[in-house]
Design a protein around this ligand. Structure first.
Ligand code: AMP
Ligand code: MN
Ligand code: MN
Length: 314
């Protein structure tokens, strides 16, 4: 199954690993694990991501030096992880098509097969699950660095083993990673219990915007630039807010709408019913999974709520 990527890894000498903007645990963990693994095979490898590492993932060992600008040359193979389309890498992504042989490793329903090799399985809990299988096929010896990267990625992309994507394989990968020194309580402490108090000052404001639509089947809340400014926070502090809203009984779709620096709004959607939010996100040029998806919408906040609740048509 992984013959083509094995050949590409054998053939390649300089590898660039890239992932999506606003990186989450799966993006970071998958990219780091792959980079550490390539280095362990004697390859030259580096990670590019447009945005910095959110504070909650700062404990992960980093494959330094990280690349902060998309390079124009110097690499023969480019591996993109956890991106449904190449544009998710951010501005300048077009350059990557010319930089080297492009390999797409992902699990989004909306993946458009942009690579020369596409390893895409939407049934996988996380991109890290695919990386685990690939690293095994490449004969990589697992280290603590690889293990903690993969563990954190699977943990966060399954919502701490709560989503439908939580399979026996997701558990068994995590169980195996504990054998390389990963301590689950320590990872949970870093990822879930190390937030600055400002996050909760922001959360108070955001929960104050809670609204219900379509007979309480849709719930929305929003975050403005002004709220960020007055609480001393930024988008990093909002990760997981949409999960709080999803906890409400009877809700089918939870949405958090976040104002971006350019005045547009980034929408995060979570479904716990039959609504396929990836389809809704695609209507606005975004994407994701059936039960977790995102997109960007223009307009003022009430336009955005109208467009969104209209598109969800519940
Ligand atoms: P988020 O709401 O940002 O946590 O994203 C939920 C899921 O949708 C993740 O798998 C993201 O990778 C994906 N996603 C979020 N925003 C976009 C977008 N603008 N385009 C494509 N996929 C997205
Ligand atoms: Mn991701
Ligand atoms: Mn993912």
């Amino acid at each position: 199954m992984f013959q083509k990527i094995k050949e590409a890894v054998d053939r390649g000498r300089r590898f660039l690993v890239a992932t999506h903007i606003d990186p989450d645990g799966d993006a970071i963990g998958s990219a780091f694990a792959l980079c550490f693994a390539l280095r362990s095979l004697g390859k030259d490898a580096a990670v590019y991501m447009r945005d910095g590492i959110p504070y909650r993932y700062a404990f992960l060992p980093k494959p330094e030096p990280m690349i902060r600008e998309i390079p124009k040359n110097g690499y023969d193979t480019v591996l993109i992880v956890d991106c449904g389309d190449l544009a998710r890498v951010g501005d300048g992504h077009e350059t990557l098509n010319h930089l080297g042989y492009l390999i797409n490793i992902d699990h989004h329903d909306t993946n458009d097969a942009f690579g020369q090799i596409n390893i895409v399985d939407e049934r996988a809990s996380s991109s890290a699950e695919l990386l685990y299988l690939i690293l095994k096929a490449l004969g990589v010896t697992f280290s603590y660095e690889i293990a903690i990267s993969l563990y954190t990625a699977v943990l966060t992309d399954t919502g701490s083993f709560r989503y439908d994507s939580t399979t026996q394989r997701a558990f068994s990968i995590c169980e195996e990673m504990t054998g390389f020194g990963v301590v689950p309580s320590r990872v949970a402490g870093e990822v879930y219990e190390s937030h600055p108090k400002e996050r909760y000052l922001l959360l108070c404001r955001v929960l104050g915007t809670l609204e219900f639509f379509s007979n309480d089947r849709i719930a929305t809340a929003y975050v403005t630039r002004d709220m960020f400014a007055t609480t001393g926070t930024n988008r990093e502090h909002t990760e997981g807010f949409v999960e709080y809203i999803k906890e409400i009984r009877g809700i089918e779709v939870a949405c958090v709408i976040r104002e971006l620096d350019n005045g547009k709004f980034k929408v995060s959607m979570r479904s716990k019913g039959n609504v396929d939010v990836a389809l809704t996100a695609q209507k606005f040029g975004g994407g994701g999974h059936q039960k977790a998806a995102g997109c960007t919408i223009e307009g003022d906040i009430s336009d955005v709520k109208n467009k969104l609740t209209g598109a969800l048509s519940l």
